[in-house]
Structure formats: structure tokens, C-alpha cells
Design a protein around this ligand. Structure first.
Ligand code: ZN
Length: 304
């Protein structure tokens, strides 16, 4: 059974957005039960709930958009939110994009930990996949399969020999997320930089916030893991799964996918109500929260 959780205190960070290239101030604030994760554009006064239906512009990052307002590159923060079990949070932004910080989810995990966790003593239903859902074609696809816990099997394959073919597989526990996945940084290929910048993307990217690959060479120093690339793809997927708003019980199999396919899989699932169910907290557990209510009613009836 899942419980709702927020943070105890506000926590802040400032940094550049990897795509827009602008300095942005980020502030995380506690939120009451039932809020979910809500991005608040302080500069224009518009709030954007982090939900799959608000996900747009999915090339190279996940952007949320509502009423013309955007919150760009939310996925690493969202992965940290899911990975630390936070379910209610306000995310204030002074501009359109979440700061990239070191390119991984680790600075966000540390920010949330410094803020402290506040257990809200309110349950949250879990989302269970009942029937396999598949999106994509050819060699790029994702399947959401029934499973007892969240487990991910992700395969990437790139022409650049420095990356090559990498696979990650396993259950996603809070411990595994924090140690094996959160530190994995985003990456890009040197020969794609001019085309990216022509599209107005990657303007804030640097060797400090992105692993840069030139064919067989990594230009940005030591890797944190030999298979850091696929670990980062798993991190991206976890950030996108957080847009479901409920903890997911499923086995997710991804083959050469990316944000667009991640979100397409969520929308395919949500538009097929027979493929999933919300599992409400155990009825016995609910009774134990108010163990004496039935008894007092019985006593009142006797007294009457
Ligand atoms: Zn990423």
C-alpha cells in the first residue's frame, strides 16, 4: 500500500536550463494531501499539474504545457520525486525550464532529502496493469506488462562505439534508484549539437551538465558507471512514469525508446480502462484506522 508524502521545509536551487539556456530559480514547497506534483510558474502566475495529459514537445526532454504556459525538462526532477516516494509537492519556477544542475537526478534527490520528508498519513491507490499495452513499431517500442512491482527492462543501442548496446533490467526500489540510477547523467552526441542548436535546443548544455560523446570518445571526463547511458534512459523513463500520478505496478520493457514513446505508452494505457485498475488501500487497513467507530455506533444503538 502506498502513502502520501510531502517535504517538511522549502528547498531551493538555481541553475541553467539545458535547452533554453536561461538561468532559472527552482523552489520546492510542501503541499497538502491530494495535491500531486504541481509546477508553478511564478513569473506568469500559472500552475501546471504534472500529468501525462499535459505532456507536450517530447523531443529530447519532457515539457508540460497548460494554457500556453510551459515547464520544460521536468523529467529528472520528476524521477527524483518518484524515487523518493514524494507524492505531493509544489515546484516554483522563475522561468520556463527546470535547471539541469549536473545533468542527473542526484542534486534533486539531495535537495528533497535536505528538505526532509513529511509522512501525511493518507493512503494513495496504486495503479496495476492488467493487460499488456504496446506502442511503437519496428525496433523502437515500449510495453507495459502486468507485474507485482515496478520493474524496468531497457535496451539502448547507438552507432557511437563509446555507447554501443547497453541493457538495464531489474525492480526499481528506493535504494536502487538512489544509488544506481539517480547519479546517471544526461548525454548527447557532438555531431548532433549544430542541428540541436538550430532548433533552439541544447543552448545551456556544457561538459559540466552533459556527457558529450564523439564517436568512440567521451569528452566530458570519467563516466560514473560503465553503462551510465542506459541508466540515464531508465531515469528518464521513471520521471515520465511519475506523470501517471499513482505508483505503478508493472513490468516496463523499453527498446530504443525515448520521451515521446514513454508518454505515448502512458496515454495508451490511460485510454484503455480495461488494461489497468486502481487498487484502493486494503479494506482491513482502512478499518484499522478507525477501529472503534462500529463499536460506538453499536453502543449508541443499545443506549437508544
Ligand atoms: Zn534525461
Amino acid at each position: 500500500m502506498a502513502w502520501q508524502r510531502t517535504i517538511l521545509r522549502t528547498a531551493s536551487a538555481t541553475g541553467v536550463g539545458i535547452h533554453g539556456g536561461e538561468q532559472v530559480a527552482l523552489r520546492l514547497r510542501p503541499a497538502p494531501p491530494g495535491t500531486g506534483i504541481v509546477f508553478v510558474r511564478n513569473d506568469i502566475g500559472i500552475s501546471i499539474p504534472a500529468r501525462a495529459e499535459n505532456a507536450r514537445d517530447l523531443a529530447y526532454a519532457t515539457t508540460l504545457r497548460l494554457r500556453g504556459a510551459e515547464a520544460r525538462t521536468v523529467e529528472h526532477l520528476m524521477a527524483a520525486v518518484l524515487g523518493t516516494g514524494v507524492t505531493n509537492l509544489f515546484v516554483d519556477l522563475s522561468g520556463a525550464e527546470v535547471p539541469i544542475l549536473d545533468g542527473s537526478a542526484l542534486p534533486f534527490v539531495e535537495l528533497l532529502r535536505r528538505a526532509g520528508f513529511d509522512e501525511q498519513n493518507v493512503t494513495l491507490p496504486e495503479m496495476r496493469v492488467r493487460r499488456t499495452v504496446r506502442v511503437g513499431d519496428g525496433e523502437r517500442w515500449i510495453e507495459l506488462r502486468p507485474g507485482d512491482e515496478l520493474a524496468i527492462d531497457y535496451l539502448v543501442s547507438y552507432d557511437a562505439p563509446a555507447v554501443g548496446r547497453q541493457r538495464f533490467t531489474g525492480a526499481i526500489t528506493p535504494q536502487r534508484f538512489a544509488v544506481e540510477l539517480a547519479p546517471a547523467r544526461t548525454f548527447g552526441f557532438l555531431d548532433e549539437v549544430p542541428a540541436l542548436r538550430q532548433r533552439g535546443l541544447g543552448l545551456g548544455g556544457s561538459l559540466e551538465n552533459c556527457i558529450v560523446v564523439d564517436r568512440g570518445r567521451v569528452l566530458s571526463g570519467e563516466l560514473r558507471f560503465p553503462d551510465e547511458f542506459v541508466r540515464h534512459k531508465v531515469l528518464d523513463l521513471i520521471g515520465d512514469l511519475a506523470l501517471l500520478e499513482y505508483p505503478l505496478r508493472a513490468r516496463v520493457v523499453a527498446h530504443k525508446a525515448g520521451h515521446a514513446l514513454h508518454v505515448a505508452a502512458l496515454n495508451e494505457l490511460l485510454s484503455n480502462p480495461e488494461a489497468w485498475e486502481l487498487v484502493e488501500p486494503d479494506r482491513l487497513a482502512a478499518l484499522s484506522v478507525h477501529p472503534y467507530s462500529g463499536e460506538s455506533e453499536f453502543e449508541a444503538a443499545l443506549a437508544g
